[in-house]
Design a protein around this ligand. Structure first.
Ligand SMILES: [Zn+2]
Length: 346
């Protein structure tokens, strides 16, 4: 296990991700093009890496073979719609397999080289459940990466933090009964996909290993501060993760066309820095950031820069003063979790 990480960040990117053709759709290839241009023009210390496709066996640690084959067949037959939101084009299966492969590679590089990473990939993944894709997602890359870490690399504790505006229902489903993954999500309530309530805390011996901080529309940086300082940090210090993975969605930023939260750009830098320090303090590998949502390309490019810049130096400009509703909704999740984490949460 690396104790000192590299100072550079690997960026996993491939032109094939642009060939996942969704038509007239907010989850567009332009998102990656604009972010990649911004990263190339930056002075950040980045190492660009071309991902390799995941083995089907790696994908089938999470998804049923029948579902994987269905996506392959729809793509091979010229494409179609998995559901009203989720398009499959002729190259979508290959793009999704490549996105999953990027996660597997990034986990290996994190464990073997101490390499932190950002996955500039599409389609996104966190809504894809073991049985089916949904919400623009085909294969759940972050869940596949976590399963690789557990089943192939022998890890016992993986932390997954999800700051996308939507609940990461697919990731939650994949590990709901498995305490080798601690899944912590903040998201807007009464929003797609409708899951992710405080009472959803995991099942059986994994009770207490899923945490959902649901937020009313308009909640912003104060909630981000509470999420990290009152939930993520104390739970992670008690859990002692060996690897930190992040579902980095930028649709939680103020002004996103599909989200109703109000995070500032500075919040992404601040959260990134806190997770980076958390990993270092506990000698965990990572963080590895998986691009999920975010539908304003220029805006999200600046926020990805903030995320990665914070891995190199302490960012400035984050205020994050919590208001009463943000505190009240935090108390709901803390009271649901306290029985499982005695003495850990305020
Ligand atoms: Zn989202």
């Amino acid at each position: 296990m690396p104790t000192v990480g590299r100072s550079s960040t690997a960026v996993y990117y491939h032109p094939l991700f642009l060939e996942h053709d969704t038509g007239l759709h907010p989850e567009s290839p332009e998102r990656l093009v604009v972010i990649a241009e911004a990263l190339r023009a930056s002075d950040l210390s980045l190492e660009w890496r071309l991902p390799e496709p995941a083995d089907l066996s790696a994908i089938e640690r999470i998804h049923s073979p029948g579902y994987v084959d269905r996506v392959r067949q729809i793509a091979a037959s010229g494409g179609g719609a998995l559901d009203l939101d989720t398009a499959i084009s002729p190259r979508s299966f290959d793009a999704a397999v490549l996105a999953a492969g990027a996660g597997v590679q990034a986990v290996d590089a994190a464990l073997d080289e101490g390499q932190q990473a950002f996955l500039l990939v599409r389609p996104p993944g966190h809504h894809a459940t073991p049985a089916r894709g949904m919400g623009f997602c085909l294969f759940n890359s972050i869940a596949i990466a976590a399963a690789h870490a557990l089943e192939v690399r022998g890890l016992e504790r993986v932390l997954v933090v999800d700051w996308d505006v939507h609940h990461g229902n697919g990731t939650q489903d994949a590990f709901y009964g498995d305490k080798r993954v601690l899944f912590l999500s903040m998201h807007q309530q009464y929003h797609f996909p409708g899951t992710g309530w405080p009472e959803e805390v995991g099942s059986g011996e994994a009770s207490g290993y899923t945490a959902n901080y649901t937020l009313p529309g308009g909640a912003g940086d104060g909630a981000a501060r509470l999420f990290i300082e009152e939930l993520v940090v104390p739970l992670a210090r008690a859990y002692r993760p060996q690897l930190v993975l992040v579902s980095a969605g930028y649709d939680s930023e103020s002004g996103d066309r599909l989200g109703g939260l109000s995070l500032s750009r500075a919040a992404f830098g601040w959260m990134s820095r806190r997770l980076h320090l958390l990993a270092r303090e506990g000698t965990a590998a990572g963080p590895i950031f998986f691009l999920e949502g975010g539908y304003m390309p220029s805006m999200m490019a600046r926020s990805v820069l903030a995320t990665l810049g914070a891995l190199e130096r302490e960012p400035e400009g984050f205020m994050g003063m919590p208001d009463d509703p943000e505190r009240a909704f935090l108390e709901e999740i803390l009271s649901a979790l306290r029985p499982y984490w005695p003495g850990t949460l305020k």
